[in-house]
Design a protein around this ligand. Structure first.
Ligand code: UT7
Length: 353
C-alpha cells in the first residue's frame, strides 16, 4: 500500500491588497517589496465572515471534488496552520464541522510546524495510509495572517510579506502497481532558532526563555496569576510575529537545497528527473536561488508569491493545486515539494503526481 494525491484544491479570499495599498498605511514602497521579495499583491480575508477553518474547508471541498470522492469517504483530517480560529481547540475540528464530517466523528489532527506544516502533514498522512489505518485523508494548509499583523511601520518587515489563503489535497491509499504515489518524505527541525521567527505571546513562557519575566508582566507573579495576556504584552505589541529576516533567509537557502537533494538521494533520482519543484513561497529571491542551485528551468519551478505573498502552511498546497489546474503538472510527473520556516523546521516530499 502507498498513498497518492487523488485531488487538489485551493481557496484565496477575494480582497486583493496591493503593495500600493500598503504604501498608504505603512512607510514602505512597491519598489522595496518587489525588489526584496517579488511580491506584488496578496489576499486578506474578510473579518467576521471568513476564518482559517472556513478557508480550509473551501479548499477541502475543491480537493474532494477533484478527487472524485464523496465528502463522507474522508476518514481523517490533518490541518496545518499557525493562525488558527481559536487558541484551542485546533482548527481541525472546525474544518471537520464545516464539512459536515462531525456526523462521522472522523479524527482531526492539528499540525504546528508553520511554513513546513504542509510537508509534515503530508508525511504523517502518508504514514497512516502506508500503515493501513485510513484510505482517504484530507490534508489542509490554511492561514489567516491578516488576523494579527502589526500594520504600522514598526511591523513592516513582516506585514508586507504575508497573505491569507488555503490549499488542500486528498491523499488516497493505492496499490503498489499505481504509477502515482509519494516516494519519500523528509522532516527536520532545530529548536535553537525557535525565537528567530516566532509569535511568542500569548503563551505560558512568561519571559522564561528570555530570562526576562518583567518584559511580559510576569515579574514576581504567583502561581495563581494569569500571565497569558498581560498589559505589558498588549502595550508593547508582544503578540505580533517577529522575524530575523536575514538569518532566516541565509538558513532557508541552505536547508531548502539540502532537503531537496536528500529526497533525490533517497530515491535514486537526480535533479534532471524533477518535472516540477514547488518550494514554499517564502520569498521569490529564495526560490530563484534554489532554482539556480538546482539548475532548473523556469517551467520546472512554480512561483505564485507575486500574487499571494507568503501564506506559510497554505503556500505549497495552493501552488500545487494551481499548477495542476494550469496543467503544468501531469499524472506521473516527478514533483518535489520543499519548505523551510519557523522552528526552524524544514523538509521535503518527493512524489509521482
Ligand atoms: O516563510 C518563512 C520563511 N521566511 C523567509 O524565508 C523570509 C526570509 N527573509 C527575507 O525574505 C528577507 O530578509 C526580508 C524580505 C524579510 C527582508 O529583506 P532584507 O533584505 O533582509 O531587509 P532587512 O530586514 O535587512 O532590512 C533592510 C532595510 C532596513 O532599513 P535600514 O536599517 O537599512 O535603513 C529596514 O528597516 O529595509 C528596511 N525595511 C523596509 N523598507 C521598506 C524593512 N522592511 C521594509 C519595508 N519597506 N516593508
Amino acid at each position: 500500500m502507498k498513498s497518492k494525491i487523488a485531488g487538489t484544491g485551493y481557496y484565496v479570499p477575494e480582497e486583493v491588497v496591493t503593495n500600493f495599498d500598503l504604501e498608504k498605511i505603512i512607510d514602505t514602497s512597491d519598489a522595496w517589496i518587489q525588489e526584496r521579495t517579488g511580491i506584488k499583491e496578496r489576499r486578506f480575508a474578510k473579518k467576521g465572515e471568513e476564518t482559517t477553518s472556513t478557508m480550509g474547508a473551501a479548499a477541502a471541498r475543491m480537493a474532494i471534488h477533484n478527487a472524485g470522492i464523496e465528502t463522507e469517504e474522508v476518514d481523517f483530517i490533518i490541518m496545518a496552520t499557525l493562525s488558527p480560529d481559536y487558541y484551542f481547540p485546533g482548527a481541525g475540528v472546525l474544518v471537520q464541522r464545516e464539512l459536515g464530517l462531525q456526523k462521522k466523528e472522523v479524527g482531526a489532527l492539528d499540525i504546528r510546524t508553520q511554513c513546513t506544516g504542509f510537508i509534515y502533514a503530508l508525511s504523517v498522512a502518508d504514514q497512516f495510509i502506508r500503515g493501513g489505518m485510513y484510505k482517504n485523508i484530507l490534508v489542509i494548509g490554511s492561514e489567516m495572517h491578516s488576523m494579527g499583523m502589526d500594520m504600522t511601520t514598526r511591523g513592516r518587515g513582516i506585514s508586507v510579506i504575508f497573505g491569507d489563503g488555503a490549499g488542500a489535497v486528498v491523499l488516497q491509499a493505492v496499490g503498489d502497481e499505481e504509477k502515482s504515489g509519494i516516494l519519500s518524505s523528509n522532516l527536520h527541525a532545530n529548536g535553537d532558532f525557535a525565537e528567530e521567527l516566532a509569535m511568542v505571546s500569548p503563551g505560558s513562557h512568561a519571559g522564561y526563555h528570555e530570562k526576562n519575566p518583567a518584559k511580559y508582566g510576569a515579574e514576581g507573579a504567583s502561581v495563581y496569576d494569569s500571565v497569558f495576556i498581560t498589559p505589558e504584552v498588549v502595550e508593547n505589541g508582544l503578540y505580533f510575529p517577529y522575524m530575523n529576516g536575514q538569518l532566516v533567509f541565509k538558513n532557508a537557502v541552505i536547508k531548502f537545497t539540502q532537503t531537496i537533494n536528500e529526497a533525490l538521494a533517497k530515491t535514486g533520482k537526480t535533479k534532471e528527473d524533477i518535472d516540477m519543484l514547488i518550494p514554499h513561497q517564502a520569498n521569490l529571491r529564495i526560490s530563484q536561488f534554489i532554482q539556480k542551485r538546482m539548475g532548473l528551468r523556469d517551467d520546472q519551478v512554480w512561483n505564485n508569491i507575486q500574487r499571494y505573498g507568503n501564506t506559510t502552511a497554505a503556500s505549497i498546497p495552493i501552488a500545487l493545486a494551481e499548477a495542476v489546474q494550469n496543467e503544468a503538472i501531469q499524472r506521473g510527473d516527478l514533483v518535489c515539494l520543499s519548505a523551510f520556516g519557523s522552528g526552524f523546521t524544514w523538509g521535503s516530499v518527493l512524489l509521482n503526481y
